[in-house]
Write a protein that binds this ligand. Structure first.
Ligand SMILES: Cc1cc2nc3c(=O)[nH]c(=O)nc-3n(C[C@H](O)[C@H](O)[C@H](O)COP(=O)(O)OP(=O)(O)OC[C@H]3O[C@@H](n4cnc5c(N)ncnc54)[C@H](O)[C@@H]3O)c2cc1C
Length: 406
């Protein structure tokens, strides 16, 4: 049965959701406050990994990788939105490496057969830019990698439109009319929009949208995250840099090639949440996090943490740029995917922490399963396996935190 759906938010989550629902035959309108990619989706490191710590999330991420690979066949110029350079987690303590080996076994047991744990010498043979004496080993998955976010949200919306969906830019949801507890229509600067079902894909903005829609208050905090950029100069051949995987150092500092000349790097820092942020605040950089602040500032510290394990990086030219954006973070770093307990015709798909780009196709599949069922579901059934939905439930206890967060 075809229903009228309004998707709110035009990032990776909203556009992939609009695409999936339009393909399923629903009448879809996507309302975006500014323009496609105005939020975190254009400010992301866009890493994609299947190396997660629970069976369900590994299966979900296997689905995302497969879906992004299939997506390449449908993009206008055949551009693949996924670059499978792999993901390499480095360990410098025996205890954390042992734990990682156990996680690898779990990942292999649910179909991620290509992930391996490598002792330091073996790892160095494959990645000679890693200092074997600075680590005890690492885990390596060659089918992980990173994404081209703009290709995803532009092409997803094009596919959605090909299937009858409408995109309305400059359409911030400002007010709602109700029929009992259900939303009947929402007001934007572009007019009122009626629908049978509404899907919240506003991530870091969800607290504000939730208040407008009379919905459950979700603990999703907007936390600032930074990315920095280094030039290789002559420190590494262009091809070596181009082929580098996304590498996560034991400190949590991570890096990956932006292209053959430039390396992107970042690290999660605990900062105060910013509940009243404006669009411009997304790009505001705290003085201690800018590349222009000198060698005492955070980017230099993070660069050196990476260079400690990959000595060639110390020879790259200085930090050349800083970009920023918000994570929409939940207490356990898992998103909320389910019907709002207070507003019966509202689905929440928000709170992606550092995982929203990689989870995009799974999120869309999960929303499609919720729409088809008309209620919350115990598991989303995918070709890759069943993904239990309790870890994403809106009313959960947060006791099972995702342990692999960068
Ligand atoms: C520095 C950084 C690094 C990251 N690295 C990774 C990574 O390596 N891998 C990964 O998977 N993820 C990463 N992330 C996280 C990822 O980028 C996000 O989880 C993802 O982009 C969220 O997509 P989204 O579509 O849910 O939200 P967004 O892209 O933020 O989109 C939400 C949209 O909602 C719109 N909106 C808000 N309020 C309203 C309203 N009232 N009405 C209509 N529209 C509204 C906004 O304008 C916005 O366009 C990173 C994020 C940052 C900032």
């Amino acid at each position: 049965m075809s229903i009228r759906v309004v998707v709110i938010g035009g990032g990776i989550t909203g556009t992939l959701t609009a695409r999936q629902l339009a393909k399923a035959g629903h009448d879809v309108t996507l309302l975006e406050a500014a323009h496609l990619g105005a939020g975190s989706s254009s400010r992301t490191a866009a890493g994609i990994r299947q190396q997660f710590s629970t069976a369900g999330t590994v299966i979900a991420m296997r689905h995302s990788v497969n879906a992004y690979r299939a997506f390449a066949a449908e993009t206008e110029d055949g551009v693949s939105p996924i670059i499978q350079n792999g993901y390499l987690f480095l360990h410098d303590e025996a205890s954390s490496f042992e734990q990682a080996k156990a996680t690898v076994k779990l990942q292999q047991s649910v179909g991620l057969t290509e992930v391996v744990a490598l002792e330091a010498a073996d790892l160095h043979r494959q990645f000679d830019w890693v200092d074997a004496d600075a680590i005890v080993g690492g885990t390596w998955c060659p089918t992980d990698g990173f994404l081209l976010p703009q290709v995803i949200y532009q092409e997803a919306m094009r596919h959605a439109a090909d299937n009858g969906a409408r995109l309305v830019n400059g359409a911030a949801v400002l007010e709602a009319r109700f029929d009992g507890r259900s939303i009947a229509s929402v007001r934007t600067p572009k007019g009122w929009f009626d629908a049978d079902l509404f899907v919240d894909c506003t991530n870091a903005w969800t607290a504000r949208l939730g208040a407008i829609l009379g919905a459950t208050e979700l603990p999703v905090e907007a936390l600032k995250r930074y990315l920095w950029f280094l030039h290789r100069d002559t420190a590494m051949p262009a091809q070596t840099l181009t082929n580098m995987p996304l590498v996560v150092a034991p400190s949590g500092a991570y890096c990956r090639p932006e292209n053959g000349e430039t390396l992107m790097f970042g690290k999660k820092y605990d900062v105060a949440a910013d509940p009243d942020f404006s669009y411009d605040d997304q790009d505001t950089i705290d003085p201690n996090f800018t590349h222009t602040a000198g060698i005492e500032a955070v980017p230099y510290e993070v660069w050196m943490e990476l260079a400690e394990k990959m000595p060639a990086l110390a020879e790259f030219t200085g930090v050349a740029a800083t970009t920023a954006g918000f994570y929409g973070t939940t207490p356990d770093h898992n998103p909320f995917l389910g019907f709002d307990p207070v507003v019966p015709n509202l689905i929440r798909a928000v709170g992606f922490s550092g995982h929203g780009a990689m989870m995009g196709p799974f999120n869309a599949a999960a929303v499609a399963a919720l729409v088809a069922a008309g209620t919350d579901v115990d598991a989303v059934k995918l070709e890759e396996g069943d993904v239990p939905m309790d870890v994403f439930a809106i009313q959960r206890s947060f006791e099972h935190a995702e342990s692999m967060v960068i």
